[in-house]
Structures are given as C-alpha cells and as structure tokens.
Design a protein around this ligand. Structure first.
Ligand SMILES: Nc1ncnc2c1ncn2[C@@H]1O[C@H](COP(=O)(O)OP(=O)(O)OP(=O)(O)O)[C@@H](O)[C@H]1O
Ligand SMILES: [Mg+2]
Length: 341
C-alpha cells in the first residue's frame, strides 16, 4: 500500500508529512465549531487562539483526549482540513494516509480513527504505533538486536517502550501527559492563592518555572502572571513563586520515573543489560523540560539523552516508515480500505 500523506495527530498538536516532501506542517490540533454546525469555522492556530475567548455558541474542540481518540467527528474534520492543505493529496484521485496511534488505544478507538480518515476522503488508511514512529524519527535502528528504550513525553500521554529486533520487548504508559501539570498549576493557584488563570497562562508558567529536579531549581524566582483575583473579582497582575509549580511538576515526573523503572524491571535480563551502553532516549514536546533527561538517567542509572528536535521525531519517523513500510511491518496496527459498492 502506498501512503501519500502521514499524520501525527496528538492531544495538543497535529503534524503532517507528505511522501514526496517530508514533514510540511505543524499546528495546534484545535477546531472551532458553531453550535449545531458540523463544519468547523476555523482550525489550527486560529482556533487555538480562541481558547478561553469564545463567545456564546462557539466552542473549541480537540479530537484526542489523553492521547487517544475521543470524538471521531472532530478527527474526520481535522483530517479533511489537513487533506485540503496537502499538495500531494490534491493532485491525486486516490490516496492513502498513514496515521500515528497510541499503542494502548482500544480496538474500537483504532477502528474509529481509521474510519475518520476514510470518511475524510482517504482511499486507504493505516495506523502506526506512535512510539515506533518517534523511535525511527530519533534515529534509532529498531531492527538491530540491541535493546533501545524510548520515552515519549507528550501533552496527553507518556509511553516508555523497549525495542529489540524491530519488536516491542516491554512497554508501559501513563494515561496522561505534561498537560496534567498545567491543570495542577491552575488548581493550586485557585485553591491556595485565590487566583484563576487560563490554560495558556498555566502552560506558560510551567514552561518558565517548571523543572524535573525540584532540589536543584532556584527557589527565589518569581514570574509575573495575569489572572482573576477571586477575592477582588477583577483581573490583576500577580507574582507566581516556583514552589507550587515545582510541586505540580513533581507529581507527574515522579510517576514518569517510576514508569521507566517498571519497564526495565519487566524486560528480559540481557536486554536490560544492553541499556547500560545505549541508554534511554527522550522524544515528544515534553522531552525538553528542564533537567528531565538527568532525572530519568538518575532514576534508571543509565545515560539518558534528548533526541534532536524531539517534538517532531514522530512525524519524521512516520515519513521514514511511509517511504519503506515493509521494513516496519511489525509496527503497523491496522488498516482500512474504502469500500466501493
Ligand atoms: N520546556 C518544557 N517544559 C515542560 N513541558 C513542556 C516544555 N516544552 C513543551 N512542553 C509540553 O509538552 C507537551 C507537548 O508535547 P507534544 O507536542 O509532543 O504533545 P502531543 O504530540 O500533542 O500529545 P500526545 O502525543 O501526548 O498525544 C505540552 O504539554 C507542552 O506544554
Ligand atoms: Mg505526540
């Protein structure tokens, strides 16, 4: 099967690659709908700007939640929007799509993802494990016998996978990603400090003050933020300390470190020993979190590095798989072809 277009649909971002030209675009995976209307009024960057600013009757939606498909209509509309923007697809009458999928997605969610791509106009659709695509994009040779540990840190899911001989030897996941830190920051600021802040502001606070090594992070840094004071009931500027942010980060990072240890514990002895030389590789947008590589390396006792351009590893890997699908047959997860009656 020939795939002309590759899509890495994530909880927060969507990335697209074309067979001929490689990765071509990255945008927020957001769609804005008017009430009672099934066609989005806008998508991507423009829809993302509407988050928290929509008027009555307009809502911003995401096809995925916690790394897996939540709404197949939104997914179909997102695919349609991408297909329209793809040159490779517009010049062909029939085209195939290759889409990343969380390894832990349930069969019904995988089936719904394939159906959404077919409904959006693809003649054929095939799913690929998102962790395998990220590993290929990080430059790991999956088909070699040495074990490789790949930790993909995304917005809605975190996966840790041990690969060998092109197959998965051990796997573990958290059904949430670094967006959970944003939620915690919002909750702590509301309950302990009396300020309400928006999702974008909470993410900015995490990016600025967050760290995976709370003991090493500077404690005397303050960040200016704008929110609503619940006491005064009006917008105010206030300073955020590092403590609540580091506490929020620690909850998620500690679980992430535990997940990696469990995956290695469950691996066959020889493979776990290989990791002493190869180490672990971090991919996904969250891989660049301050000191995350050092924290995981310390927890596992092996070297740990962040892949080059970690946020785009999955789409670069997906493009490589599109070029040579037979070499990665074991990582394909399901296929659907449009029925012509
Ligand atoms: N420096 C940073 N510190 C902490 N978090 C970060 C940093 N940079 C990016 N992130 C977080 O990484 C996440 C985005 O990762 P990514 O783009 O890989 O997610 P996704 O592919 O949309 O989601 P998923 O694959 O989990 O479905 C967001 O939660 C973002 O806030
Ligand atoms: Mg992702």
């Amino acid at each position: 099967m020939r795939c002309d277009i590759g899509i890495d649909l994530g909880t927060q971002s969507v990335r697209m690659a074309e067979l001929k030209s490689g990765p071509v675009m990255s945008a927020p995976a957001a769609l804005a709908f008017r009430e009672g209307n099934n066609s989005p009024i806008c998508a991507g960057e423009i829809a993302q700007r509407l988050v928290g600013r929509t008027c009555e009757g307009v809502s911003v939606c995401y096809p995925l939640r916690d790394g897996v498909l939540e709404n197949n209509l939104y997914a179909a509309r997102m695919f349609q929007w991408l297909f329209k923007r793809s040159e490779g697809v517009n010049t062909r009458r029939r085209f195939g799509a290759m889409i990343t999928c969380a390894p832990f997605a349930r069969p019904v969610q995988k089936e719904a993802m394939l159906t959404a791509a077919i409904d959006a106009g693809a003649a054929e659709a095939v799913l690929v494990r998102s962790d395998a695509a990220a590993a290929v994009g990080a430059g790991l040779d999956l088909n070699s016998p040495e074990a490789k540990l790949l930790v993909d840190v995304g917005a809605g899911k975190i996966t840790a996978t041990l690969f060998t001989f092109g197959r998965v030897a051990a796997f573990g996941y958290l059904p949430y990603g670094l967006n959970r830190i944003d939620d915690r920051v919002r909750r702590i600021l509301r309950s302990d400090y009396g300020y309400r802040v928006g999702a974008a502001c909470a993410e900015e606070i995490k990016l600025t003050l967050g760290s995976a090594m709370p003991d090493k992070a500077p404690r005397d840094v303050l960040m200016h933020a704008t929110g609503i004071s619940m006491a005064q009931r009006m917008p105010v500027n206030f300073d955020v300390e590092t403590k609540p942010v580091l506490d929020a980060c620690e909850d998620v990072v500690a679980e992430l470190a535990r997940l990696c240890c469990t995956v290695i514990d469950n691996a066959p002895e020889e493979l776990a020993a290989d990791l002493n030389d190869a180490g672990a590789v971090l991919t996904g947008g969250g891989a660049v979190m301050t000191e995350l590589d050092r924290r995981i390396g310390q927890a596992l006792g092996i070297p740990c590095r962040v892949a080059d351009a970690p946020e785009s590893c999955a789409i670069r890997g997906l493009h490589r798989i599109m070029e040579d699908p037979n070499a990665y047959r074991a990582m394909l997860q399901g296929q659907q072809t449009r029925q012509v009656w």
